[in-house]
Design a protein around this ligand. Structure first.
Ligand SMILES: *[C@@H]1O[C@H](CO)[C@@H](O)[C@H](O)[C@H]1NC(C)=O
Ligand SMILES: *[C@@H]1O[C@H](CO)[C@@H](O)[C@H](O)[C@H]1NC(C)=O
Ligand SMILES: *[C@@H]1O[C@H](CO)[C@@H](O)[C@H](O)[C@H]1NC(C)=O
Length: 437
């Protein structure tokens, strides 16, 4: 009796297990079938287009050559890059967010891999394009497979961007002159069992445009001390507040007078933020220690000479990759890495035979919707066009403010403290606060 009931339970139990198993297998199968497959982005078959029919190619003069099934990059500068697009407008990568970006490559792994997000209009003709991106270090994800081919698997979820508007994958931030050969870029649902994925390191927030509707911000980088007083006079007369990104070594040098200049800028209500210690191409520095020195010393100098801290950082030359971003995020809580969407192009035209191109370049970017400026006060010509630039910005109807204010930073000073434009024409009444419109 006992035996019987036992075995009958056993039979029932086995039957149940089988049924469960069948259900599980069937369920898993139908689950797998409803998951989208991955897809191939690029196998470098030659020409300007990839496997998706979208553009691929180098940026900033990256030297390269290619054959049937590979592309070889010869980076000589940290700002060079190579893009392969998912779309020229917006590609919705959300259905693939649990998948992996797979890259088959040979050669150096001293570079960054970025996933680039298009602007809201999905329009390459507007500024900024791309709007932002997130980036990881290739070396943290790379594994050697065969003598001549390595693999990188990055979870799509490690790229903290709006996945509904992906425009391209890019290879950038090279910190070695070694060659990189790419064979394949694709999105895969699964990875081999022996691959272990590193944790995602925080990489800060990359901004190229203002968040506050109808705002406009001048981010002014380093300059010549002798032009500082002139610039300050313009700022006072125009009644605007701006953000200065200051190089640490300039700030601490007594003969430059920058300490006094930026103390005065602060007292007038301007924002003063970080721009490295010696202005190198930071991502191109060979070691993490060198990158750390630039960050830590610039923070220290700002604290010591101005008594302030900032989480806003503008990368020298706009060059930034995964290592710089990750180290910034290591030392600074939620750093804002401030690139730009309006370039006055003083670096190109200020000392050329066509200095007026600075204003043209400014206007061109403003017309495309740019609202976050990069400029310097290194040359008299740039400073002489500054009033015109302010006028062009005002003609858009946008309000000019500091970068932290245009980012809607809760720690930024309230907007209504800003001296309004109209009243500033009449110096007598400029102390009266104006209501925000
Ligand atoms: C240094 O800067 C301060 C603040 O702007 C200014 O008042 C002073 O005249 C400057 N000194 C020199 C020597 O330029
Ligand atoms: C910063 O923005 C400019 C203008 O959009 C762009 O040319 C440059 O490549 C950006 N910097 C990086 C590191 O991508
Ligand atoms: C233009 O030349 C001046 C003086 O030679 C120099 O100090 C400045 O850095 C140059 N400006 C730019 C934007 O390169």
């Amino acid at each position: 009796m006992i035996m019987h009931s036992c075995s009958s339970y056993l039979v029932k139990a086995i039957g149940l297990t089988q049924a469960l198993l069948a259900l599980l297998v069937h369920g898993a199968k139908s689950f797998i079938h409803t998951r989208p497959d991955g897809f191939v982005i690029d196998t470098f078959r030659g020409g300007d287009f990839n496997d998706l029919g979208a553009w691929h190619g180098p940026g900033e003069g990256m030297p390269f050559d290619g054959g049937d099934g590979y592309i070889r990059l010869f980076p000589v500068n940290a700002d060079q890059n190579y893009h392969t697009q998912l779309s020229s407008s917006c590609f919705d990568l959300r259905p693939y967010n649990y998948m992996y970006l797979h890259i088959a490559f040979a050669g150096t792994d001293k570079f960054s891999i970025s996933l680039n997000q298009n602007n809201k209009q999905c329009d390459p003709g507007l500024s900024p394009y791309p709007e932002t991106w997130d980036t990881v270090e290739a070396s943290r994800y790379a594994i050697s497979r065969y003598p001549l081919q390595n693999d990188i698997y990055v979870p799509i979820s490690h790229f903290k961007i709006d996945l509904s508007r992906v425009v391209s994958v890019s290879f950038n931030g090279f910190y070695s002159d070694d060659i990189l050969t790419l064979f394949r870029v694709e999105v895969l649902p699964d990875i081999p069992d022996d691959v272990s994925i590193p944790e995602k390191l925080p990489s800060g927030t990359m901004v190229l445009k203002c968040k506050r509707p109808n705002s406009f911000a001048f981010g002014i980088d380093d300059g010549e001390p002798y032009l500082a007083q002139h610039l300050m006079a313009i700022l006072k007369e125009e009644g605007i507040l701006v953000t200065f990104f200051v190089v640490g070594r300039g700030l601490e040098s007594l003969e430059s007078n920058f300490t006094q200049v930026y103390r005065e800028m602060l007292s007038l209500g301007h924002q003063v933020a970080l721009h490295s210690y010696t202005h190198p191409k930071m991502e191109g520095l060979r070691t993490i220690e060198q990158i750390d020195d630039e960050i830590v010393q610039s923070i220290d100098v700002m604290k010591h000479f101005l008594g302030i801290e900032s989480r806003y950082f503008r990368p020298p030359y706009g060059i930034v990759g995964a290592r710089t971003r990750e180290r910034l995020a290591y030392f600074i809580d939620d750093p804002y890495i401030v690139n730009w969407s309006v370039d006055i192009a003083d670096w190109l035209y200020a000392n050329s035979s066509m200095p007026e191109m600075q204003l043209k370049s400014f206007e061109h970017d403003v017309k495309r919707g740019g609202d976050l400026v990069v400029m310097h006060y290194l040359s008299p010509s740039t400073v002489s066009y500054f009033r015109d630039a302010i006028r062009l910005a005002r003609e858009t109807g946008k309000q000019i403010m500091r970068v932290d204010q245009c980012m809607e930073d809760p720690d930024a000073p309230p907007l209504h403290k800003q001296t309004p434009y109209k009243l500033s024409l009449d110096p007598e009444s400029s102390s009266e606060p104006l209501e925000e419109s």
